[in-house]
Design a protein around this ligand. Structure first.
Ligand SMILES: [Zn+2]
Length: 292
């Protein structure tokens, strides 16, 4: 049994991130497995080693440390390229020349999209001539997964049963960098991750990741999507909500022990021994400065 926490080193971890990490860590401890930290630094523009160090220090302050050496996605491009090559061999990728703006505009035509942020399929059936035209114009192509109406049922340990359709997700960005959804699936399998506890905002991405796992012949992990921590206004935690990182809270005289206590009580446990993932609420948790 193996779990993981996989932050992007783009800024300090806030209470919501720490709570998600804590669920994963406690789940692993309760099942006597290994807990891993993976650094999702595919985007070298927004990632930094300073943020990485700061995040690892925050996790350590909460008592969480990776049981195995930390893996960075920036070192794993070859594995992602192999996976993309496999999808290509299966005839499951196509070139997409759309700009973000074109995708947004196409998605606003009501007959042209299925759900949410799903890609409207503009480039699915590009003619060879049109594709050649794009290539010659120097416009870079992203690679998208060609899905075929696949639907997945996810029995999530916290969110319950979720049914969702896979979509034509980007597997390689138009700057050549492998895309998040592809990398995460490849890494979880390579690291032998059996139990994924992660932020609830990723629940709707799970069907597309399940399809990638199937196509790449990778095992299906158990999922637990941890509800977001929201501010007093009910909105996703952000800087404007005040003290939301360990550094913010320390500046107000709040000890790390007090923060850990808050995290545990928000997870219906007073100690690690008492933790039961089935008791974690599927509802967002509200936090305000009065909590500390
Ligand atoms: Zn396109």
């Amino acid at each position: 049994m193996r779990g993981r926490f996989a932050p992007s080193p783009t800024g300090p971890l806030h209470l919501g991130n720490l709570r998600t990490a804590m669920v994963s860590w406690l789940q692993v401890r309760s099942l006597s497995g290994d807990w891993l930290v993976r650094i999702e630094d595919l985007d070298t523009v927004t990632s930094s080693v300073a943020h990485e160090a700061d995040q690892l220090a925050a996790l350590a302050a909460m008592g969480m440390q990776s049981d195995l050496p930390i893996v960075r996605q920036s070192t794993r491009f070859e594995s992602y390229r192999d996976a993309i090559a496999t999808l290509r061999r299966l005839g499951r990728v196509y070139e997409c020349y759309c700009s973000r703006r074109e995708i947004r505009e196409a998605a606003q035509a009501p007959h042209d999209f299925t759900a949410g942020d799903a890609y409207p399929g503009t480039c699915r059936e590009l003619s060879a001539a049109r594709r050649e035209q794009f290539r010659r114009s120097g416009r870079p192509a992203a690679l998208r997964l060609r899905c075929d109406g696949e639907r997945f049922v996810i029995d999530d340990l916290i969110a319950g049963r979720f049914v969702g359709d896979a979509d034509d997700v980007v597997v390689q960005r138009n700057d050549g960098v492998p895309a998040y959804n592809l990398a995460v699936v490849v890494d979880d399998a390579a690291q032998g991750i059996t139990h994924i506890a992660r932020g609830g905002d990723l629940l709707t991405s799970t069907p597309r990741q399940r399809l990638l796992q199937e196509l790449l012949d990778l095992p299906e992990p158990t999922y637990a999507h941890v509800p977001l921590v929201v501010g007093a206004d009910g909105k996703r935690l952000a800087k404007r909500h005040g003290a939301i990182t360990l550094a913010d809270l320390a500046a107000r005289g709040v000890s790390v022990d007090r923060v850990r206590e808050w995290l545990m009580s928000s997870l219906a446990a007073a100690s690690a021994d008492e933790f039961d993932i089935n008791l974690v609420s599927e509802l967002p948790i509200m936090v305000s400065n009065e909590d500390f």
